[in-house]
Design a protein around this ligand. Structure first.
Ligand code: NAD
Length: 501
């Protein structure tokens, strides 16, 4: 008898379910099997969540900020208590190793910690005496109901980037997570409820383009935050803005790591291996391109990279010694392997070939071995496009000028890293490079929670970054009050201050 597949439900405030007529499979990337299915919703499911959000949001906005912060404090404790089970759930659907899943959760949690300080961040501004008897003050008010659409690769961190801030400032939030690993986002909503969040303030609806379009077109949703690939980010930005919404849409990436001749090569190789291959390269802040400056630097780097790459251990996500696990789906594995073939066809030198990798006992898992290309050029499609897999490309630069130009002229502009011992070179690079997040001897420069995250060019559409004060600006709007209290004279009864007794 066939066993029934586990079904991952929407998370509605009233606890109800909603039968679907379309489903998407959720795989176990470690063995290639289908482990669950998720119903794909649309306008009807969204309307249900909207009705519940509408009832709840005004009271939440009127709740004082300390009380809202207390929910965040309790949520933080609950996440910490549930860290192990959340990480296991995350790894089982995504494929990243447990340590990476814990990192995914931890980086989201840091935004929740920032949100615990929301009373301070919402204090506003005040000018006494802008004119005779005139004071001016500004306050930030929530937008109402807002939505977030998130990618598969950080199913804990990115939802927390968004709802942590959106909810703390007083909005109701509707989350549409990736249909490829939707269980952790639902679990996060359950834990927010357990932390004391009123029903209707955080709901999760599942779906694909149909649900995304319903969100973008819904007149009751004031703002949409999106993170995913660039073509879809651009589409979401345009359609959302056309519908009169505030939209921030973060896209894909092709981050470069520049190696100056004076860099500490052993440290750089260690950093690059972690940044290029960690999480199977499925990070928007991965470093898939390395740019040594000068032929001598390139040759020395290559000589050190090859043994380091060959020593990487690819394993199942529960393997504590594995550097990385499988990629998310069979389709994604095929796409990465196609890019490797394209690189060969385009004339790049394939130094380490990760295709055809098979893990004993997990032959049907979605594994791709680490891959290294040398002599990649800017004309190649494999250089221009995001591969999003464990593939590292060496692009040799003749000079510092060329090394600044490469990431600056690339269509993506998410992150970049420079490896050098020279402070002047670092300052010059930082000032000139056309990229949103810069690391100096830091391979993955994801900003801490009290700064903010955002790329340039095709890596980010819209005006505000994720989290930090930028997140607060995105999820609120400013109201400015100019008030005048004329001087009624010393004898005015309004000036008589009542005394005790
Ligand atoms: P994706 O673009 O396929 O999906 C993102 C979201 O869009 C999902 O919720 C998905 O259901 C939805 N979606 C998919 N197809 C759609 C369509 N045709 N119309 C409307 N919505 C659609 O991205 P992914 O594969 O889940 O995630 C990987 C991508 O996300 C990579 O490009 C990566 O660089 C990027 N990313 C960017 C950042 C960042 O902050 N810049 C962070 C993480 C990931």
């Amino acid at each position: 008898m066939a066993t029934q597949l586990r079904e991952i439900p929407h998370f509605f405030a009233d606890g109800s379910s909603s039968p679907a007529d379309r489903y998407s499979d959720v795989f176990d990337p470690n063995n290639g099997g289908v482990q669950a299915r998720v119903g794909l919703g649309g306008a009807a499911e969204l309307e249900k969540a909207m009705g519940l959000a509408r009832q709840a949001q005004p009271a939440w906005a009127a709740t004082n900020p300390q009380r809202r912060a207390r929910v965040m404090f309790r949520f933080k404790e609950l996440i910490e208590q549930n860290m192990d089970s959340l990480a296991e759930l995350l790894s089982s659907e995504h494929g990243k190793v447990i340590a990476d899943s814990k990192g995914d959760i931890q980086r989201g949690l840091e935004v929740i910690e920032f949100a615990c300080g929301i009373p301070h961040a919402l204090k506003g501004e005040y000018t006494v005496g802008a004119g005779p008897g005139i004071d001016v003050y500004s306050m930030r008010q929530p937008l109402g109901i807002v939505a977030g659409i998130t990618p598969f690769n950080f199913p804990a961190m990115i939802p927390m980037w968004m709802f942590g801030i959106a909810i703390a400032v007083g909005n109701a939030f509707i989350l549409k997570p990736s249909e490829r690993d939707p269980s952790v986002p639902v679990r996060l909503a359950e834990l927010m409820k357990e932390a004391g969040l009123p029903d209707g303030i955080l709901q999760v609806v599942h779906g694909d383009k149909v649900m995304v379009d319903a969100i973008l077109d819904h007149p009751g949703i004031a703002a949409v935050s999106f993170v995913g690939s660039s073509d879809i980010a651009h589409y979401v930005y345009q359609r959302g803005v056309a519908a009169g919404k505030r939209v921030q849409a973060m896209g894909g990436a092709k981050n470069h790591g520049i190696i100056m001749p004076d860099a500490d090569l052993d440290q750089a190789v260690d950093d690059i291996c972690g940044a290029a291959f960690g999480s199977a390269g499925e990070r928007c802040m991965a470093l898939p391109v390395v740019v040594p400056v000068g032929e001598d630097t390139a040759d020395r780097l290559r000589a050190k990279l090859i043994p380091a790459i060959e020593a990487l251990r690819v394993g199942v996500s529960t393997d504590k010694d594995a550097h990385y696990g499988p990629v998310v789906t069979a389709a994604h594995k095929a796409k990465i392997e196609n890019y490797i073939q394209m690189g060969v066809d385009e004339g790049a030198e394939l130094v380490v070939d990760g295709r055809g990798f098979s893990l004993q006992g997990h032959e049907d898992g979605f594994f791709v071995g680490p891959t290294l290309f040398d002599r990649v050029t800017t004309a190649m499609t494999t250089y221009k496009e995001e591969i999003f897999g464990p593939v590292l490309q060496i692009v040799r630069a003749k000079s510092f000028e060329e090394a600044v130009a490469l990431p600056s002229e690339h269509s993506y502009g998410n992150g970049v890293a420079l490896f050098t011992r020279n402070g002047h070179v670092a300052r010059e690079f930082t000032a000139r490079v056309q990229v949103g997040m810069v690391g100096i001897n830091v391979p993955i420069p994801v900003p801490v929670a009290y700064h903010s995250f955002g790329g340039w060019k095709r890596s980010g559409f819209g005006d505000h970054n994720q989290y930090g004060m930028e997140g607060i600006r995105f999820y609120t709007r400013v109201k400015t009050v100019t008030q005048r209290w004329p001087d009624g004279g010393a004898g005015d009864s309004a000036f008589i201050i009542p005394t005790m007794g």
